[in-house]
Design a protein around this ligand. Structure first.
Ligand code: ATP
Ligand code: MG
Length: 424
């Protein structure tokens, strides 16, 4: 029988890699808490309508990337393709919006995309959302938070901030008209995707990678010229706040983002070190979304980062943590030795709660156990055989040079504590 394989684009994360994930996740969780963001844990499955009404009917995500299905009751449900919609849904439902609040979430997201490096069908995000703050100081603080995270992760030199304002919905609608009437005159020079988007979602054409389309766009009307006064003023204020905080950014007038709910500020953190999948974090303001989903009108802003890409970037830059070897490998040969070794190792774990102790399991000769001890990378082994058990002693054996010695059991914890602090 053929073994069953994982679903394409849904990856297993194995121990060495999981260690690197954990470091990114723990660093982000600590930092978010330090800025006053409270964690929320949200369902992986929501009503399909939630995503239709927030992300937008004619976006790539809703049109072709969602995992949607009918449950046994006939309701249309979807695996969440992103976290903001669910977070807003929860904030409304749980009455979190009476006063400003800052929330963060993390976990798997699902999109039916073509899997490649840095692009999976199950991928993972950590996101932050701030509700009830209308002024751009929160935009600047959120961006500062993300910039600090890149420093803590050691990737700050490899990412750049791209920033834009897409204005109020009315301003965007006026711009959309101007853009469509211009692009329609150059229809034949556009790539097929962009031609299709001309009717459905013309702003998305701005981030087309196609060279022909890019050339047409060079002569297109600029979004910045259509911004409403408030958005323009807020954008100027945001830029000056970032300047004051020493956060470098590039104004990218073609940055529009692929989700319908954004207004005013949009931003992306981009790296050149991961090929085509260069955006490691993206976000923006969504002042209309809470009301659109049935809540009391409340401004919002947030971002989400892609953990796969952050882990890949740290690996590419060589800043990922090395896999740590155990501090101690415990070897025991014979029934009596195994019994003593198991009990004594448990006692050692009481005395040295942070020590990484790998007790050999499954028996075998001294030779084979010591070979495994050596391969584990541990600097030290503890060895029990019949002789040691009879004498109430144990052998402490350095594995990277040095003399072995025999110790009474009563002295073991203290001797180990001393050797291990020397080693560190
Ligand atoms: P892209 O342009 O790369 O498709 P996006 O605009 O669709 O990204 P968002 O919805 O803004 O992405 O999600 C925020 C972040 O989540 C992205 O910047 C990226 O780091 C990550 N991300 C999005 N889709 C995937 C995916 N399929 N696989 C891995 N990471 C992803
Ligand atoms: Mg995408």
């Amino acid at each position: 029988m053929n073994p069953i394989r994982a679903i394409r684009g849904m990856n297993d994360i194995l121990p060495d890699e999981a260690l690197r994930w954990r470091e990114v996740e723990e660093t982000a969780a600590r930092l978010l808490a330090s800025y006053g963001y409270g964690e929320v844990r949200l369902p992986l499955v929501e009503q399909t309508d939630l995503f239709r009404r927030s992300i937008g009917e004619v976006t790539d995500i809703v049109e072709k990337e969602m995992y949607s299905f009918e449950d046994r009751h006939g309701d249309s449900l979807s695996l969440r393709p992103e976290g903001t919609a669910g977070c807003v849904r929860a904030a409304i439902q749980q009455n979190l919006l009476a006063s400003p609040c800052r929330l963060w979430y993390g976990g798997p997201m699902f999109r039916y995309e073509r899997p490649q490096k840095g692009r999976q069908r199950q991928f993972h995000q950590i996101g932050a959302e701030a509700f009830g703050y209308a002024a751009p100081d929160i935009d600047a603080e959120l961006i500062a938070l993300s910039a600090r995270l890149w420093r803590q992760l050691g990737i700050d030199d490899a990412v750049r901030l791209e920033l834009n304002s897409i204005g109020a919905p009315e301003a965007r609608a006026r711009y959309r008209e101007a853009l469509v009437s211009y692009l329609a005159q150059h229809r034949d020079a556009l790539d097929a995707d962009s031609q299709r988007r001309l009717e459905s979602n013309p702003l998305r054409i701005l981030d087309s990678k196609d060279a022909g389309t890019q050339a047409v766009l060079d002569g297109a009307p600029a979004l910045a010229d259509y911004l409403d006064a408030e958005a323009a003023a807020d954008f100027e204020r945001l830029c000056s706040l970032l300047d004051a905080a020493g956060i470098a950014f590039v104004h990218n007038p073609r940055l529009v983002r692929g989700l319908d709910y954004y207004n005013k500020t949009v931003f992306e953190w981009v790296t050149g070190a991961l090929g085509a999948q260069g955006t490691v974090c993206a976000g923006g303001r969504y002042d209309g979304l809470v009301a659109q989903l049935g809540g009391k009108a409340t401004p919002g802003i947030g971002f989400a980062m892609g953990l796969e890409r952050l882990v890949l970037l740290r690996e590419a830059l060589g800043v990922a943590p090395a896999v740590t070897a155990p501090d101690l490998y415990v070897v025991a040969v014979g029934d009596a030795a195994e019994r003593v070794a198991l009990a004594e190792t448990e006692r050692l774990r009481d005395a040295l709660p942070t020590a990484r102790i790998h007790r050999h399991a499954g028996g075998g000769s001294f030779k084979s156990q010591l070979k495994k001890a050596d391969r584990s990378g541990a600097p030290l082994a503890l060895v029990w055989g019949d002789d040691e058990v009879a004498a109430g002693e144990v052998v402490l054996k350095p594995l990277r040079g040095g003399e072995q010695r025999r110790l009474p059991l009563g002295e073991l914890a203290a001797a180990l504590a001393e050797t291990m602090t020397q080693g560190h």
